[in-house]
Design a protein around this ligand. Structure first.
Ligand SMILES: NC(=O)C1=CN([C@@H]2O[C@H](COP(=O)(O)OP(=O)(O)OC[C@H]3O[C@@H](n4cnc5c(N)ncnc54)[C@H](O)[C@@H]3O)[C@@H](O)[C@H]2O)C=CC1
Ligand SMILES: Nc1nc(O)c(N)c(N[C@@H]2O[C@H](COP(=O)(O)O)[C@@H](O)[C@H]2O)n1
Length: 221
């Protein structure tokens, strides 16, 4: 499976403010670039922190891109994947609507009534790992469901875990021209943080988009 991570950060590296509300760091052209990346993917993934903060639909905005996918024999939207070890996805979350397939990655400790409720909503639940979803094993299962290109949009906890598990192939970052600040504001990669063996990146391209810049990296695993 090929895993691409994309996020928008402020010039000081924040994904959002300490209130963890959705902030439009990207401008119109960058949101359109992200829509294009969704359209190239088999599935779009976020952590449940992003579901609770932003309630995204993770579907494609541009109808021409959906039409192109239909012509290619693909579903009009990529599947949605939510990392949700501790079963916090609300039953009315937008990702559970019927506009695309949805996978929830939970741990083996997920209560069966939660699993049943999510399956009733049409989601496919993949349980791996003792107390936290084991992303490497879950990705193998996603692969068996035909997910070859996975596009990860955040947030900072999930992105850190993916780097920790050496699962990221490519990283793109839109750096917007604003400062958010705050020691409790989420950053691109949160979690415990690395103290050695820092994941190394190779800078591929730098492109100005809107009043910010997109940095594209290959990840040297
Ligand atoms: N600017 C941007 O591009 C984006 C910003 N955001 C912002 O990021 C914030 C949400 O980010 P976070 O709080 O970091 O939440 P997150 O979206 O990374 O979700 C974290 C949660 O995922 C679950 N999870 C399940 N398996 C996991 C695993 N193996 N490793 C790590 N987590 C796992 C855990 O319950 C954990 O609490 C919000 O403020 C949102 O607005 C989110 C996406 C994109
Ligand atoms: N690329 C990007 N730029 C920003 O400025 C953002 N705030 C985000 N946030 C993420 O965008 C997704 C929105 O999903 P919907 O289009 O509403 O379905 C979601 O993943 C946000 O967290 N991204």
């Amino acid at each position: 499976m090929d895993v691409r991570v994309n996020a928008a950060i402020s010039a000081d590296g924040k994904l959002s403010s300490r209130r963890r509300e959705q902030i439009a760091i990207s401008g119109e052209r960058d949101f359109d670039r992200v829509d294009g990346l969704r359209a190239e993917s088999d599935a779009v993934m976020v952590g449940v922190g992003t579901i609770l903060a932003d309630n995204p639909s993770l579907t494609i905005d541009e109808s021409e891109r959906q039409e192109q996918r239909r012509q290619n024999g693909q579903p009009e939207n990529p599947a949605r994947v939510v990392a949700d070890s501790h079963v916090r996805t609300p039953p009315d979350a937008a990702v559970l609507d019927d506009s695309a397939e949805t996978y929830l990655l939970v741990s083996d400790a997920a209560p069966s009534d939660f699993v049943a409720q999510m399956e009733e909503q049409g989601a496919t639940v993949i349980a791996t790992g003792e107390n936290r979803a084991d992303l490497a094993s879950a990705f193998q299962e996603l692969d068996s469901h035909g997910v070859e290109q996975l596009f990860v949009e955040g947030g900072g906890e999930v992105i850190y875990s993916l780097f920790e598990d050496e699962l990221v192939d490519r990283l793109s970052v839109f750096v917007g021209s604003l400062v958010i600040g705050g020691r409790d504001a989420p950053t691109l990669a949160d979690g415990d943080g690395f103290i050695e063996d820092f994941p190394q990146l190779e800078l591929d391209t730098v492109t100005q988009v809107d009043d910010g810049v997109v940095l594209e990296y290959d990840v040297l695993n």
